[in-house]
Design a protein around this ligand. Structure first.
Ligand code: OOG
Ligand code: NI
Length: 473
């Protein structure tokens, strides 16, 4: 019998999830259609340049999803399901700190990590876990009720987890098992038709709409699924022309004439979806909840730690300018800040050690008998080696908080006089039972592997990194 490899399982899971979500949230299908149209137009206009940060087939299939769970135990189980698909936890995001309103979660993203796997299918899932122990949001009584509620539910059937473990261990599944696994995995993220206990949901909603979405129901669901687009400003215009109300801004870096870095995202507001509600007297009525929304993103070049520090600093400058000139548009202010402070070309980003690139020997390198120069910068400048940008595969806490916030029904409540419970990547690794990987280390590894290959091809000792500050990661 034939077997299905992990990457095919991942691609099939992403495609089936997409089909399921399109049935549940039809506006998502519109977003996917418009994204495809924009991508085709950009490819037509810019040709090969449009594929500089990923082939069109990768970009067309590319999605990220978002899910939310309640406990470390549930997170461990999610980790097993994604490990079956060759997806590993990368990065730690503390949205409690990034958001002004009540977003009591900490998060990571499950995704493929090596270059080849990413090129085959880069499906990633932003995964958040509720923090009932944080006293800024939950008092002792509510925490106890919430933890008891979460402990009593089962998000993933045992059969799914058993199949997942087998797929992880064997890195593939026999066709029949693969079919069963995919069926159960997609089912685990479908919106449940089980009635929602209205009083309990509303109790949590007063604290935080996210807490209610996670801890107010007995199941989990895919919260959004995000296609990738090559021109997000054009997409924003076309969606608005179709009468779909988008959130006010595109999160992340501004539109400008220089290189795209990191990630730009925008979304349309959560839609009211019919959900059955159980009232205090036991009767069931139909109600609506606004939780799930549509999001779209454009991806740019991965930044090094120094590049990221610059990005964070520029966001601060934008905030500063916004408070001084409240009548101006954020986009204009941001563009001005970028033009003053962000390097305007890939070459400058590379020279200043701000972004990640891979390197390969140029086909038309000098063949006049001269020897290659010593440094990576000179190799590129003199035409020996070509630099290609590494696409950013991760998320941004402030954008994520913005996405969460723009879709919350209310601000919720938080008591900032209380000391928050501290969590970090190490803690989250323990909770998942798998190491939460450092995104910078992954990008650096990709760059270093390409440099090692170039130096071997040139018969040279390994190159020193471009920027000494960047030597470790
Ligand atoms: C996740 C929000 C974060 C993104 O793209 O930044 C996110 C959520 O709403 O659960 O998906
Ligand atoms: Ni998202």
């Amino acid at each position: 019998m034939s077997t299905i490899s992990q990457w095919r399982l991942r691609a099939a899971f992403a495609a089936r999830l997409s089909r399921m979500y399109g049935q549940e949230v039809p506006a998502y299908t519109t977003l996917v259609d418009v994204s495809r149209e924009v991508n085709e137009d950009v490819l037509g206009e810019r040709g090969a340049d449009a594929e500089r940060l990923g082939s069109i087939s990768r970009v067309t299939a590319e999605r990220h999803g978002a899910i939310r769970v309640g406990t470390p135990r549930e997170l461990r189980q999610v980790g097993r399901v994604f490990a079956a698909l060759g997806m590993h936890p990368v990065g730690f995001y503390d949205l409690r700190e990034a958001a002004a309103s009540a977003v009591p979660v900490v998060s990571t993203a499950f995704r493929p990590v090596d270059g080849e796997e990413l090129a085959r299918n880069p499906f990633r899932v932003f995964t958040s876990m509720l923090t009932p122990a944080d006293p800024r949001f939950f008092d002792a009584g509510l925490r106890a009720r919430l933890e008891a509620f979460l402990a009593a539910r089962e998000l993933f059937p045992p059969e799914l987890l058993t199949l997942a473990d087998r797929a992880e261990a064997d890195r593939e599944l026999p066709e029949e098992d693969a079919e069963r696994f995919l069926h159960l995995a997609v089912g685990a993220f479908e919106l449940s038709s089980e009635p929602v206990d209205r009083a309990w949901y509303e109790t949590l909603e007063r604290i935080s709409a996210v807490a209610a979405d996670i801890g107010g129901v007995r199941s989990t669901h895919i919260n959004h699924l995000t296609p990738r687009v090559l021109d997000i400003d054009e997409l924003y215009r076309r969606m608005t022309d179709r009468g779909i109300e988008m959130i006010d801004t595109i999160q992340g870096p501004p539109a400008w004439k220089g290189p795209d870095v990191l990630l730009r995202q925008t979304s349309f507001r959560a839609l009211a979806e019919p959900r059955a509600m159980r009232l205090a007297d036991g009767s069931v009525q139909s109600g609506t909840l606004r939780v799930r929304f549509g999001e779209v993103e454009a991806r740019g070049i991965a930044l090094t730690r120094q590049g990221r520090a610059l990005y964070d600093q520029l966001l601060g400058r934008i905030d500063e300018q916004m408070s001084l000139h409240p009548a101006e548009s954020r986009g204009d202010i941001a563009r001005g800040v970028w033009e003053r402070h962000m390097p305007g070309s890939e070459e400058e980003l590379a020279a200043q050690g701000l972004a990640y690139f891979t390197y390969r020997l140029a086909d038309d390198r000098p063949r006049d008998g001269s020897g290659p120069p010593a440094g990576v910068g000179d190799l590129v400048r003199q035409g020996w080696v070509q630099a290609e940008p590494i696409v950013y595969e991760d998320f941004l806490p402030r954008s994520a908080a913005g996405i969460f916030q723009s879709n919350l029904s209310g601000e919720g409540t938080r008591d900032n006089d209380q000391e928050g419970t501290a969590y970090d990547a190490a803690w989250l690794s323990g909770a998942i039972g798998r190491e939460v990987l450092d995104p910078y280390a992954l990008y650096a590894e990709q760059r270093n592997a390409s440099l090692a290959q170039v130096s071997a091809q040139l018969g040279r000792a390994p190159f020193t990194p471009l920027n000494p500050l960047d030597s470790a990661t």
